[in-house]
Write a protein that binds this ligand. Structure first.
Ligand code: UD1
Ligand code: CA
Length: 454
């Protein structure tokens, strides 16, 4: 391929988003809208990528990247004027120019490559597509044949609608010289007083028909943002199914771009994998699971409504339902972490269990230790955080509090209901309870006193 400059238009106001955030910075399926176009452009290894922005735009700050040249369009007076913002890069340039819009995140790289190879460089080449909703575009272009195109004004779109088969997608490719020549002739004598890029097609052009309309859907408002996200979530799910992942309902699964999933993982509906998350072979993720920036090793079962953040789950663990691993938690492997258990900044040794209603924060737990129901590491004294260390083969009964800092030796037993305030030696039994008294018939006599029956 001959040398190339890519121009990405992103100076539009995006008012229909009704947002403080620039339109192209909004995430589409967990990736900023403009990043899709930037990544596509980078894949073509151009000499330069020019991003056209408005004067007060926050885009250069949000997409700070030495590979990009930001060009300022002073006033938003139309798409042709927007391309002219890149004129300093294009003057005297002997290569070709590809024009993309920053609000079309679903265009596929191989479609653009095919278009570039098919383009006729002596003409202004552009991509068209058969549209089910031609009115949705500002100005449409009706195909007469693939070399002559008629520009239709928006106000006439209705009467032309039935005849319209193809629309201009807004993707163009031509020699820089030809582009500048045609841009110089574009005027603004129309209802909006705008300089329309479509006008560069008037003096002969080549329309290349792309196959899939869905690649060229633009985002103008939050409804379209959701539609595009849906399409992209679904295609990511499809990609992982092709790699050997079973997905029960690919319409309802949310896999961020940097997630990796191994073979024979099964994913139930409404699972959300975010950030740099890795799921290893043979895991099952049930509904309502969200995992962020974490690794889950082979053969784990993560049950309903479990949240895992910045943590590592070793092989063959059972976690959930309704468990919460907060940042810096490590389950070494073969652990069983059950209902309503919260773990934070803690390591749970191989084979150890905490099956019910427990908080383990700032703690280290050895191997094959059983943490009973309702155990709490009291890690915070109102001023500082303190650590709890529990050894191997420890049995912690139900409803135990460890007032940290505490160390529990290997093989110890902690009786149910104990508030542990001193370290426990190896193999000791710790018990701290008020001895029980049974007062004969006391319950019956209280009922009589209150006017009830014994
Ligand atoms: C435009 C095209 C239309 C194409 C459609 C695809 C023209 C006249 N119309 O219509 O042919 O089918 O895109 O979505 O070219 N922009 C600027 N500066 C401006 C105006 C727009 O940078 O002054 C940018 C926008 O940020 C956006 C792109 O250009 O990325 C398209 O602008 P938009 O206003 O959305 O145009 P459409 O009406 O959709
Ligand atoms: Ca648009």
């Amino acid at each position: 391929m001959s040398s190339l400059i890519v121009v990405i238009l992103a100076a539009g106001k995006g008012t229909r988003m009704k947002s403080e955030l620039p339109k192209v910075a909004h995430p589409v399926a967990d990736k900023p809208m403009l990043s899709y176009t930037i990544d596509l452009a980078k894949g073509l290894t151009p000499e330069k990528i020019a991003v056209v922005v408005s004067a007060d735009s926050e885009i250069p700050k949000l997409f700070n990247d030495p590979a990009l040249t930001f060009c300022v369009q002073k006033e938003q007076s139309g798409t042709a004027d927007a391309v002219l913002a890149a004129k300093p890069l294009l003057d005297g340039y002997k290569g070709n120019v590809l024009i993309l819009c920053g609000d079309m995140p679903n265009i596929q790289a191989d479609t653009v490559s095919k278009f570039i190879s098919a383009a006729k460089l002596e003409k202004a080449s552009f991509i068209t597509v058969k549209s089910t909703n031609p009115k949705g575009y500002g100005r449409v272009v009706r195909g007469i044949d693939h070399s002559v195109y008629q520009v239709v004004e928006e106000k006439d779109a209705n009467e032309h609608e039935k005849k319209i088969t193809e629309i201009n997608t807004g993707v163009y490719y031509m020699a820089a010289e030809l582009l500048l020549e045609r841009l110089a002739k574009v005027g603004n004598s129309n209802a909006q007083n705008e300089y329309y890029l479509t006008d560069i097609l008037k003096d002969g052009s080549f329309g290349w028909l792309a196959e899939k309309e869905a690649e060229f859907l633009g985002v103008n408002d939050r409804v379209q943002l959701a539609q595009l996200s849906r399409i992209i979530w679904k295609s990511r799910a499809t990609k992982w199914m092709e790699q050997g992942v079973s997905i029960i309902n690919p319409d309802d699964v949310y896999l961020s771009p940097d997630v990796t999933i191994a073979q024979d993982v099964t994913i139930y509906p409404n699972v959300y994998l975010q950030g740099k998350t890795t799921i290893n072979k043979g895991c099952t993720l049930y509904s309502g699971v969200r995992i962020v920036d974490s690794a889950v090793d082979e053969g784990c079962v993560i049950k309903e409504n479990t949240l895992i953040e910045e943590s590592h789950v070793g092989a063959k663990c059972n976690v959930g339902p309704m468990a919460h691993l907060r940042p810096h938690s490590t389950l070494v492997g073969e652990n069983s972490i059950g209902n309503f258990v919260e773990i934070k900044n803690a390591t749970v040794g191989k084979g150890s269990k905490a099956n019910h209603l427990t908080y383990l924060g700032d703690a280290t737990i050895g191997v094959n230790t059983n943490v009973g129901c309702g155990t709490i590491t009291c890690n915070y004294d109102g001023f500082k955080k303190h650590h709890t260390t529990i050894g191997d083969n420890v049995f912690v009964g139900s409803d135990v509090q460890f007032v940290a800092p505490i160390t529990v030796g290997d093989g110890a037993i902690v009786a149910a209901g104990t508030t542990v305030t001193a370290d426990i030696p190896n193999n000791a039994l710790a018990i701290a309870r008020t001895p029980q008294k049974n007062l004969d018939d006391k319950a019956g006599s209280i009922r009589l006193q209150k006017g009830g029956k014994r």
